[in-house]
Design a protein around this ligand. Structure first.
Ligand code: CP
Length: 315
């Protein structure tokens, strides 16, 4: 594998999940594979889980890891081509990406959307330019439109815990005080469609995801109807795709609670974290037996390790 930015980059998703589960059982089986290889992790935005789980995955494979908080420690990046750089940007992404490719065997990059210009965000300008100019395999650590390492970890979590071949999986919108990207929801939908579960998306009117991500999912604005019989409930806020980057209402009544859990098939409740307690998800759920948030966080390591291993073997 040379690129991990979407489920479309994976030839055999079942095999990748199986690989991750095997690595979980035997984390150091490939500790020689990454010897004298360097992983560079570039963050243009904050992170806890992605940063630490990917570092741990690389260390389990025997790699060296360098982390660059580009937003705080790097030069201000220019992304436009052909521009006269007489403003505030100091270094062009062409040189920055090329330089990092000289130092690293694999690069991971996180670059969130600006949520101002939908066409620009959905063109994945920064992520694609890094891929184009760094010259080494690239792992997305969350781009403007997708978070594939999170989605792979989510799929691993469901595969480990499901009790039927085709569980009912519900992605439900949740309230938030800030406009958030659609990336986690887009990506989760993309991977759930690939997994061929009974997949339902529920959100208030105006929060439809882009059709390419909705795929074959059933979509409803009636949360109770969606939750009925659910085996897994994935809770996540996202801002509007249609009225791009906007919060359309306070979302009162959409927080997942124990009362709503009664509608489900004793569902496992998922969230990628960080989560706003008492706003997106109730304290009682997060502190209760149905919460799978730590299972998901744990599986971030094995998701990253399976992907990096595949890149090391291909490079
Ligand atoms: N879920 C997730 O990606 O967490 P971080 O933003 O902390 O990396």
């Amino acid at each position: 594998m040379k690129l991990f930015s979407s489920v479309k980059d994976v030839t055999d998703v079942n095999q990748l999940v199986s690989e991750a589960i095997q690595l979980k059982a035997n984390p150091f089986a490939d500790e020689q594979l990454g010897k004298h290889k360097t992983l560079g992790l570039i963050f243009l935005n904050p992170s806890l889980r992605t940063r630490l789980s990917t570092q741990k995955a690389a260390m389990n494979l025997g790699m060296q890891v360098m982390v660059m908080n580009m937003d705080k420690e790097g030069w201000a990046l220019e992304t436009q081509d052909g521009i006269i750089m007489n403003g505030t940007t100091v270094e062009h992404i062409r040189e920055a990406a090329g330089v990092m490719g000289e130092y690293c065997d694999i690069i991971g990059i996180r670059s969130f959307p600006g949520l101002k210009d939908r066409d620009e965000d959905y063109s994945e300008l920064i992520f694609n330019k890094f891929v184009q100019f760094c010259g080494v395999p690239v792992v997305s650590l969350e781009s403007a439109t997708r978070h594939p390492l999170q989605s792979l970890a989510d799929l691993i979590t469901i595969e480990e815990l499901k009790t039927t071949a085709k569980p009912r999986v519900v992605l439900t919108w949740a309230p938030h005080v800030k406009p958030l990207p659609q990336a986690v929801a887009n990506s989760f939908a993309e991977w759930m469609n690939k997994a061929d579960y009974d997949f339902v998306i529920t959100h208030p009117a105006g929060y439809d995801l882009a059709p390419e991500f909705v795929g074959n999912a059933v979509v409803t604005n009636n949360q109770d109807e969606a939750l009925a019989g659910a085996d897994f409930v994935y809770v996540k806020n996202w801002s509007s795709y249609q009225d791009y980057g906007k919060i359309l209402s306070d979302g009162e009544g959409w927080m997942m609670t124990n009362e709503k859990l009664k509608l489900t098939n004793n569902a496992g409740v998922m969230h990628c974290l960080p989560v706003r307690r008492g706003l997106e998800l109730s304290h009682e759920i997060l502190d209760g037996p149905n919460s799978l948030v730590l299972n998901q966080a744990n599986n971030r390591v094995w998701a990253a390790q399976a992907v990096i291993k595949s890149m090391l073997k291909g490079s």
